[in-house]
Design a protein around this ligand. Structure first.
Ligand code: NAD
Ligand code: WQD
Length: 339
């Protein structure tokens, strides 16, 4: 079962799962995605996965899916609300969607003896790290947003459930996922004005936004702009398949495991902008403005644990991801003007 399987990371994971021979059952309420994503998945894989347009907050619907699919082998849980700013304005939406949905899912999973669980966590749990790169054993810092708090609470719920009920959990802490499938059949579909850097860049490049604002060039970094670990969404998707295989083969060492999923390399905002212009040939209009509230200076992953334990390592570069994100942006805008 792939919850949130029509979203940005979920859809790419569904493709990787299908290409690895799995038969995903998607549950997604379309609150932040479109049913057309299924067409993209079908064009890439040649098959259309099973899909339920159900809201995980609805307990009866969650039960129904488990009843209908007694052969489920595991759960990859992407479904959540993910906008940091929105979570500050409407925290209850976040606590309900990101926590109640998980609890419903766990109740039914255990009742139906489905014990393999992969969870979408986030590098946001590290806050502003004390040293870099961050390893999984570094402390979880007090959350700076309700969204971040839900990821911390969800990890705790899963840790406790692994201990109490024999659930086998892998929490993947994603760094900054970017890019799109190289076929340009699926990609990111942000609602409204994008909050994240790469969709803002591609929308500016295509002419939907006047200019990119670079939030601060007075950080204590080599070029003054903030540093993140940008991971290609296809590499990230692959990490889920590898994590599932670890659970299927019983190779996990603890009932609750955490892995950083990033490239292990930090890139500054300026480097992202320069690389985008280089790989696309587009002259991107941008302006330096003040820092964005709540932003940290730098974070990137130590990926040694994922390499040694999962046998997973990012293969694609930030340049690959920017090229694929740009291809996707061009494709969706052309479609809209020539339906
Ligand atoms: P997304 O919004 O594109 O995908 C989430 C999907 O879940 C959407 O298709 C949405 O319609 C669905 N959904 C939401 N609530 C639901 C509900 N109650 N019932 C059924 N479906 C529901 O987000 P994404 O970027 O693909 O993120 C996937 C997961 O990864 C999320 O848990 C997110 O918090 C986490 N994450 C994302 C990032 C990032 O930068 N994109 C970084 C770290 C962690
Ligand atoms: C990246 C860099 C910005 C937009 C967020 C969430 C985090 C995680 C991933 C889910 C920063 C700069 C951005 C713009 C800019 N999500 N920037 N101009 O903030 O690292 O992480 O998404 O778990 O929880 O907080 O990602 O893409 O928003 O920003 O200069 O228009 O780009 O200041 O340095 P962030 P981002």
């Amino acid at each position: 079962m792939v919850t949130g399987g029509l979203g940005f990371i979920g859809s790419h994971t569904v493709v990787e799962l299908m290409e690895a021979g799995y038969e995903p059952v998607i549950v997604d309420d379309l609150s932040n995605s479109s049913p057309q994503v299924l067409d993209g998945i079908e064009r890439i894989t040649g098959r259309r996965p099973l899909f339920y347009d159900y809201d995980l907050r609805d307990k009866a619907k969650v039960k129904e899916i488990f009843d209908r699919h007694p052969d489920l082998q595991g759960i990859i849980h992407f479904a959540a609300s993910k906008y940091v700013g929105e979570s500050v304005e409407n925290p209850l939406l976040y606590y309900e969607n990101n926590i109640c949905s998980l609890v419903h899912l766990l109740h039914e999973a255990l009742a139906h003896d489905v014990r393999r669980f992969i969870f979408s966590s986030s590098c946001t749990v590290y806050g502003e790290p004390d040293s870099l790169p961050v390893t999984e054993d570094m402390p979880v810092k007090p959350a700076t947003s309700p969204y971040g708090n839900t990821k911390q609470i969800d990890e705790e719920i899963l840790r406790d459930s692994a201990k109490a009920y024999g659930l086998q959990v892998i929490a993947l802490r994603y760094f900054n996922p970017i890019g799109a499938h190289p076929s340009a059949e699926i990609g990111e579909l942000p609602v409204g004005v994008p909050q994240n850097l790469v969709p803002f860049i591609t929308q500016t490049a295509i002419g939907l936004r006047d200019e990119l604002r670079i939030f601060g060039d007075d950080y204590p970094t080599p070029d003054g702009t903030a540093i993140r670990d940008y991971i290609h969404v296809v590499d990230l998707a692959r990490a889920h398949v590898v994590a599932l295989e670890r659970l299927m083969e019983g190779r996990n060492k603890e009932a609750f495991e955490v892995f950083n999923i990033g490239t292990g390399r930090g890139s500054s905002v300026r480097e992202v902008v320069d690389t985008f212009m280089k790989v696309t040939g587009v002259d991107l209009p941008y302006r330096i403005t003040g820092r964005r509230e709540g932003d940290i200076t730098a974070v990137w992953a130590d990926t040694t644990k994922a390499e040694n334990e999962l046998g997973w390592k990012a293969r694609l570069t930030m340049a690959d991801a920017l090229r694929d994100a740009w291809r996707w942006e061009q494709k969706i805008r052309n479609k809209k003007s020539n339906p």
